[in-house]
Design a protein. Structure first.
Lengths: 113, 119
């Protein structure tokens, strides 16, 4: 069983559309994250939730809205997609918010055309 | 806030060569350091981590890293690389600064190093 799973794996969409990426973890962890990996492979944190509560919110356009219906799920909704949103988005989870070991999903490659 | 710098962006080695990838973090005090690996098309996996104790840390697949506090460094090493080590390698530090809750850690990654091992 995959510990942290994301869907879809690939997403190609047009500018202006709204799309969502889903993430689920079956590790029983309290904390989940979204990271963005740009075309230069630089990884940067976007959001973190602990037990459904937002605890990290980096400087991210408010077109990006995370939602955590329960502690095993953290979805990412993106409104009005722009070309610059093209990237690989990684979901991750850790036991708690100290984040002493993060487990990553396989990533979602988003391409905006 | 912490920052992480990886000096080698692209490294090409032949099989059986020794590997050392550089990583420096920005400031001292208590640090938690990590090396992650990303094989082509796969997710990031933890290679090893340092929190305290012996500064020479052994990880999976024959990798090790040495924490040198005076140099703010955490370099990754492997005595003899294999073709299957071809991957992206990321150094990261856990940053607790600027958080409303001081126990909330944020992973700060370096730019990554692409390792290509030729058979």
């Amino acid at each position: 069983d995959t510990a942290v799973s994301q869907t879809p794996k690939y997403l190609v969409t047009q500018m202006g559309n709204d799309k969502s990426i889903k993430c689920e973890q079956n590790l029983g962890h309290d904390t989940m994250y979204w990271y963005k990996q740009d075309s230069k492979k630089f990884l940067k944190i976007m959001f973190s939730y602990n037990n459904k509560e937002l605890i990290i919110n980096e400087t991210v356009p408010n077109r990006f809205s995370p939602k955590s219906p329960d502690k095993a799920h953290l979805n990412l909704h993106i409104n009005s997609l722009e070309l610059g949103d093209s990237a690989v988005y990684f979901c991750a989870s850790s036991q708690d918010q100290s984040n002493t070991e993060a487990f990553f999903g396989q990533g979602t490659r988003l391409t905006v055309v | 806030a912490q920052s992480v710098s990886q000096h080698n962006h692209h490294v090409i080695l032949s099989e059986a060569a020794s590997l050392e990838l550089g990583c420096n973090y920005s400031y001292g005090g208590t640090v938690n350091l990590f090396w992650y690996v990303q094989y082509p098309g796969q997710h990031l996996q933890l290679l090893l981590k340092y929190f305290s104790g012996d500064p020479l840390v052994k990880g999976i697949k024959g990798f090790e890293a040495e924490f040198i506090k005076s140099k703010f460094s955490f370099n990754l090493r492997k005595p003899s690389v294999q073709w299957s080590d071809t991957a992206e390698y990321f150094c990261a530090v856990l940053d607790f600064s600027g958080r409303k809750r001081s126990n909330t850690g944020k992973l700060i990654f370096g730019q990554g190093t692409t390792l290509q091992v030729k058979p």
